[in-house]
Design a protein around this ligand. Sequence first.
Ligand SMILES: C[S@@+](CC[C@H](N)C(=O)[O-])C[C@H]1O[C@@H](n2cnc3c(N)ncnc32)[C@H](O)[C@@H]1O
Length: 271
Amino acid sequence: MAEDKKRDWDFAGIAGGYEKYLVPVLSMWTEPLFEKTDLENGEDVLDFACGTGSVIRTLTDHLDAPGRLVGLDVEPAMLDVARSRAKQLPVDVQWHQADAADMPFADESFDVAYCQQGLQFMDDSVAALSEAHRVLRPNGRLALSVWSHLDDSPHYAVLTEALQNHIGDRAAAAMRAPFDALSSPGKLRRCIESAGFRGIDVEGVTHRISYPGAEEFFRREIVSWLADAVGDLSDRSRKAIVTDLQQGLQRYIDADGLEVPMRALVARGTK
Ligand SMILES: C[S@@+](CC[C@H](N)C(=O)[O-])C[C@H]1O[C@@H](n2cnc3c(N)ncnc32)[C@H](O)[C@@H]1O
């Protein structure tokens, strides 16, 4: 299972497409992370599994005098995009390449830790949260998001089925994995609790996501995260998948394109 996750979720080749198409979607759930932690100027912040750095960039729109800002990710290509985008920021950010289960930071060095849509990709999410707990100061706050169950995001449910039917098990499993691992509030809460956090709160937050159409939704998925799992795609399979998407998502499609609900779980905890 752990090996499969690594193989199917190789973020190395997709950082550019990820930044262009997925970051605007994920960012819709960034605000609640700040709300749940009452972030203030001067506080030291860690964003682990930071990807291309969008949480830290958004944070600098909110605070004029943040404390130390640190992003950590295991994937160098994602950090390259993060570093490049951060050059435009009015503050310095430190970027570290490391596994979240083994953070290169001293005990009690941060006031707040964030993890946006990262935990479900990790081999050992409790180990990563335990590290976050270790590096937070007493009463430090954690906020994170993961996707809710696949059925709460119909475009991904229909796409998973289409991948299963027209490509096979591996592509469907890759698509399903991030909507599976921690997608129930109870499971997520237990995971955060096991790492030593208290005062845990888990909330489901739904947004509507717009795409120019079903075909463009599929194209964006390929270039922003699915390319490796899908492999070489024949014209015939591509057309069959798009037809399944158009039929399965009919009720969400009109003259303006595809507009579909998507649900994330947003959680907080205190050290
Ligand atoms: C879906 S992306 C989310 C990135 C970012 N938080 C955002 O909101 O755009 C998941 C990220 O988790 C990172 N990741 C996966 N396993 C990790 C681990 N064990 N330690 C650190 N980062 C990890 C991946 O490299 C990838 O950048």
